[in-house]
Design a protein around this ligand. Structure first.
Ligand code: GAR
Length: 221
């Protein structure tokens, strides 16, 4: 039997998206093997989740390296030892060097807590609230040199409610993150995704909304 497609997951913290991916693999919804979880923060709770699931973990602390490039080289060596088909950023809060991004071009995925291109960067939930947006959400995208700017694979939208605080909105978005990330990884590993003119096609088809692939329970305005 052919080996299952390998995934390496990079995390910095809590690891709830990692947990969603572990659960999807364990339930058979995501036919893949998580070969390793690598974190840059010693003691990140996500590393404990991985160990509980019997997945090898590594900590590579960025503070141990003089430059971003040296840290990224160490990260690449660690990842490549597992020969993954896809590298999954799941709350990995480091800007990656061009050398790293080029090395994994076309097989490096990220999840971002906003409906990109809205709100790249940090504090997305507070910024969405401040903007008065009626909807907010999450995006899974291919990583390119532009931070939070690569082709979007799938998005999920949630309504912004009148009494939302950043925390309550974040919680609603996170539920959707956990749903769409394993799905996007599964599409990738099944060879169903392609990128044409900076847009992602699923089974050769562009989905509505000018290529933004929304997949939420709520209709968008
Ligand atoms: C998630 O909300 C993820 O979208 C976000 O960090 C959180 C990690 O949570 N990522 C980014 O902001 C990347 N720019 P988790 O550790 O529980 O998965």
């Amino acid at each position: 039997m052919a080996a299952r497609a390998g995934i390496v997951v990079l995390i910095s913290g809590r690891g709830s998206n990692l947990q969603a991916i572990i659960d999807a693999v364990n339930s058979g919804r995501l036919p893949a093997e998580i070969r390793a979880v690598i974190g840059n923060e010693p003691g990140a709770p996500g590393l404990a989740r991985a160990r509980t699931a019997g997945i090898p973990t590594h900590t590579i602390d960025h503070r141990d390296f003089a430059t971003r490039e040296q840290f990224d080289q160490a990260l690449m060596r660690s990842i490549d030892a597992y020969h993954p088909r896809v590298v999954v950023l799941a709350g990995f809060m480091r800007i990656l060097s061009n050398a790293f991004i080029d090395h994994y071009a076309g097989r490096l995925l990220n999840i971002h807590p906003s409906l990109l291109p809205a709100f790249p960067g940090l504090n997305t939930h507070a910024r969405a609230l401040q903007s008065g947006a009626s909807h907010h959400g999450a995006s899974v995208h291919f990583v390119t040199h532009e931070v939070d700017g690569g082709p979007v694979i799938i998005q999920a939208a949630v309504p912004v409610l009148p009494d939302d605080a950043p925390e309550t909105l974040a919680e609603r978005v996170l539920m959707e993150e956990h749903r769409i990330y394993p799905k996007a990884i599964g599409w990738f590993l099944a060879g169903r995704l392609s990128v044409e003119n900076g847009r992602v096609l699923l089974d050769g088809q562009q989905r509505p909304e000018q290529g933004l692939q929304r997949d939420g329970p709520e209709p968008l305005p």
